[in-house]
Design a protein around this ligand. Structure first.
Ligand SMILES: [Ca+2]
Ligand SMILES: [Ca+2]
Length: 141
């Protein structure tokens, strides 16, 4: 066996080991957010686009997945959570335990408006997180 072949096999092994460690399961994460902020004000000021741009971050230990964001900006293509009071993400998320830390916020150009931070059981159909209600169900259907 040549050195190159050995190297290729070693690479393939480390790649597959890495991928299986990173692979999550498919979850359907639904969020509904209160019509207004705690003080009664609109999430995004006045005008026709005053509903929040919802981002949901799920984190477990050091692993965090933010649904609705891509490359540090809102995922305008794959997310239907822009300017919405409620929406659903179907995404691969790594959840190993029976609960997960959840952060929901309204993405803004300046500092984001927090909807809430808390811990949800998995699965759950109604987990109250601040001014939001989160559902986390396994499976993409
Ligand atoms: Ca806002
Ligand atoms: Ca916003």
């Amino acid at each position: 066996m040549t050195l190159m072949k050995l190297f290729a096999i070693a690479m393939a092994f480390s790649l597959s080991a890495n991928m299986s460690a990173q692979a999550g399961s498919l979850y359907k994460v639904s969020v509904s957010v209160n019509k207004t902020e705690a003080d009664g004000g609109k999430w995004d000021g006045f005008g026709p686009f005053s509903d929040p741009d919802i981002v949901v971050c799920l984190s477990e230990r050091h692993r965090q997945t933010c649904l609705g964001k891509i490359n540090g900006d809102l995922d305008y293509v794959n997310s239907d959570c822009e300017d919405e009071l409620g929406c659903t993400f179907t995404s691969s998320v790594y959840i190993s335990g029976d609960s997960i830390d959840v952060r929901v916020y309204d993405e803004d150009t300046g500092p984001d408006d927090s909807v809430g931070i808390g811990t949800c059981n998995v699965p759950t159909t109604s987990c109250a997180i601040g001014l939001g209600l989160v559902s986390i169900q396994q499976g993409g259907e």
